[in-house]
Ligand binder design. Structure first.
Ligand SMILES: [Zn+2]
Length: 206
């Protein structure tokens, strides 16, 4: 190639590089997700599709677990208060939540994360199997699923539980019998699960 030919090729290339550079710099300055660049490549901009959701689980009130039941099936119910934020052009809807290593069960109330400045959300969700015993603490990552099926994973969250006094569940006197919500057989005080909101045998909560 002669010098002239090089110039013929390099000229437009430099111009294009310059245009790209300006676009990238402008996008960066304006905080937009390179829509101009995507349009140039014929890529459909899908705002929200791959939106990065920041999830910060707040430490107060403390994340809690307790045992509930759906019909006769015990489930592990979890509550967190979390600050959620994203910079996507369209709102994200959180439609499911579970702990790593478990499956979501029961009712989940979907909620919207509009953008970067939403108030913290109280998130209730329930899972199976019940992966904690007695009054132990439970540490797991929480997975939030948006309307596109994208999973947003938190750092490990430590859940604690509250001891539910037997009298809160109808046990008032020694010798009185109550029946297990799960198996319908009588429960002695010794066998009563420590934290289940329902009266249930320790052995039935799993
Ligand atoms: Zn039982």
């Amino acid at each position: 190639m002669t010098g002239k030919e090089w110039l013929a090729v390099a000229g437009p290339a430099v111009a294009i590089a310059g245009w790209f550079g300006a676009t990238i710099v402008r996008s960066w300055l304006e905080g937009t997700p390179l829509n101009g660049l995507r349009r140039f490549f014929g890529m459909r901009s899908k705002p929200g599709k791959d939106a990065k959701l920041s999830v910060i689980v707040l430490t107060a009130p403390e994340p809690k677990w307790h045992v509930g039941a759906m019909g006769k099936e015990p489930m592990l119910c979890l509550t967190i208060l979390a600050n959620l934020a994203h910079k996507s052009d369209i709102p994200l809807r959180i439609v499911q939540a579970y702990l790593r290593g478990t499956k979501p069960v029961g009712v989940f109330m979907p909620f919207i994360v509009a953008g970067p400045y939403d108030e913290p959300s109280i998130i209730h969700f329930s899972v199976r199997p019940i992966i904690v015993e007695g009054l132990a603490k439970l540490t797991r990552k929480v997975v939030l699923v948006d309307q596109f099926g994208n999973e947003h994973v938190t750092k490990p969250v430590t859940f604690s539980t509250v001891h539910v006094e037997p009298w809160r569940r109808g046990l008032t006197e020694e010798g009185q019998t109550i029946k297990c919500h799960i198996c319908d057989k009588p429960i002695s005080m010794m066998d009563l699960h420590e934290s289940a909101a329902i009266p249930a045998h320790k052995s039935c909560v799993r």
